[in-house]
Design a protein. Structure first.
Length: 509
């Protein structure tokens, strides 16, 4: 009951706080709207958006400031799906997994369904995560602390194992895709010795590594555009979506078919989000892999399955809320965006940690309540703009292609402001186009380049602490169980191959 009372006080702060009535509510609405368009702009994302607008918040009280920035963060999680679905360009790294099935749905004339699925799954994921945040903040913070480098590496292995053991793609091609991604993730400076690795004839641009968005925008933006150009020359036309109130209602009605993937993505995303330095991108990619593994028709993933949109969208919104938990309770940012929020809190004189819930109750519960409010308004704003988003698909492709190309160039340049990355993005675009023609899965490569640096860091730290013994991953209960599950998943293709061989041998005999 005490929690409900504190939450009621938080809603009063979130909706009525400030120098005039409903100031904080207005900040939530403005923040969600700005965040929606920030998330939809390729290469910008929540990190840059929050960083750019941080100075603006000095004009309002600290509580209103953090509510405004958190609303931008929330809106950006919703907005990332827009360009992923409409243009095939990930608006942010958190929305890359949405591209896998969101773009095929748009090409099939179901962009409205994909957008409604993304918005509704985001709302459900956000709601579940905020409820978990409200009810279980202290114990979940303890769970996050119990996760060491061994558990983090085991979790990364589980993500890779999901794609191999539960996927329906060609195992050899999947492994090739993963290994290419892992190799690309090691480009740059060695994390222990600081020595250059794989910088290809001392090309200076490779010293900062390969930016994940450069790869994603190249493969899914440029590659998708090249494939569409080729398809249109062969007489294959892209279905244009229509939008009516009836279709919108049907989109909401069909959400029941994706509920399993949505709920799974919500819990998995929140759990990954509370792990320090994990963030929403790994959570969304893991959720996509698990959703494909537990689906009745995994072969339809990557071809326009709504569950492939629902799972990552629920996960990235849940993870964005989860990443605030270690920030508030431990003073450890759970993602790059919450690192900026943490810096803002310090500037405003708020000290993160366990005592924050005692000494700054109005601030903490006002922030938690604002997440509920932001979740509702982000859904409403997103659905209201769907007709405008659909209008993009009605543009002739001769006009749309140059726009996509320019957005890709901007998205490739913005993260590092280095022309080297723009040329690299064009190369990845050609590689993505060729992989698609040769029927190589793209998702495992993207997963590998995202999780590769995290897996390498946790692996090497674990081995350094254990004196090089690989048994360290099995000595700890949590990491041991996760690693055992991962090993079983890795072995599933071999077991299936042996069983098929026996059945074939038995039939021949």
């Amino acid at each position: 009951m005490e929690t409900l009372g504190l939450l009621a006080e938080g809603f009063a702060t979130a909706t009525l706080g400030g120098d005039f009535i409903a100031q904080n509510l207005l900040l939530v609405i403005i923040g969600c709207t700005i965040g929606l368009f920030i998330g939809a702009m390729p290469g910008l994302g929540s990190v840059n958006g929050v960083a750019i607008l941080l100075p603006v918040t000095f004009a309002v009280p600290p509580t209103g400031a953090i509510i405004f920035l958190a609303a931008i963060y929330y809106g950006a999680m919703y907005g990332g799906a827009i360009s992923s679905i409409m243009l095939g360009i990930p608006g942010a790294s958190t929305a890359v997994a949405t591209t896998f099935d969101g773009r095929p749905l748009a090409l099939a004339g179901q962009a409205d369904r994909a957008l409604i699925t993304a918005a509704t799954a985001s709302f459900i994921g956000g709601t579940i995560s905020v409820i978990l945040f409200t009810a279980f903040a202290p114990p979940l913070a303890d769970v996050a602390l119990a996760f060491g480098t061994q558990e983090e590496f085991a979790l990364m292995m589980l993500a890779f194992a999901t794609f191999i053991g539960l996927g329906s793609d060609d195992i050899a091609k999947t492994l090739f895709s993963i290994f290419i991604g892992l190799a690309l993730s090691t480009v740059g400076l060695d994390i222990v010795s600081g020595q250059p690795r794989l910088i290809f004839w001392d090309i200076h641009g490779f010293l900062h590594g390969i930016n994940f968005l450069v790869l994603a925008i190249g493969i899914y933006g440029i590659g998708e555009m090249l494939w569409t150009v080729e398809s249109s020359q062969k007489g294959i036309t892209v279905s244009q979506a229509t939008i009516t109130l009836k279709r919108i209602w049907q989109g909401f009605a069909t959400m029941a078919t994706t509920m399993k993937a949505t709920v799974m993505g919500s819990f998995l995303g929140y759990f990954v989000g509370i792990l320090p330095a994990a963030g929403a991108t790994p959570g969304s990619l893991m959720a996509y892999g698990v959703a494909r593994g537990i689906a009745k028709d995994p072969h339809t993933f990557g071809k326009g399955n709504p569950e492939g949109v629902a799972a990552p969208e629920a996960a990235n919104n849940a993870a964005s809320t989860g990443s605030m938990l270690p920030m508030l309770t431990l003073g450890i940012p759970g993602s790059p965006t919450t690192a900026i929020l943490l810096g803002g809190m310090v500037i405003w004189g708020l000290e993160p940690g366990p005592m924050l819930f005692v000494e700054q109750r109005e601030f903490v519960w006002g922030l938690i309540a604002s997440l509920y409010v932001a979740n509702v308004f982000a859904l409403l704003i997103n659905v209201a703009f769907i007709p405008a988003f659909i209008a993009v698909l009605r543009l002739p492709f001769t006009l749309l292609a140059p726009i996509i190309f320019v957005l890709c160039l901007v998205g490739g340049f913005v993260p590092t402001q280095d022309m080297h990355d723009v040329w690299l993005m064009l190369i990845f675009g050609i590689i993505g186009y060729l992989m698609r023609k040769l029927d190589y899965p793209l998702a495992p490569a993207v997963l590998a380049i995202v999780l590769g640096p995290l897996a390498e860091t946790s692996l090497r730290q674990s081995l350094l602490k254990s004196g090089g013994s690989p048994l360290t991953f099995f000595d700890r209960p949590i990491s041991g169980v996760i690693m055992a599950i991962a090993i079983v998943l890795f072995l599933i293709p071999i077991i299936k191959a042996v069983m098929r061989k026996k059945e074939t041998g038995g039939q021949t005999a």
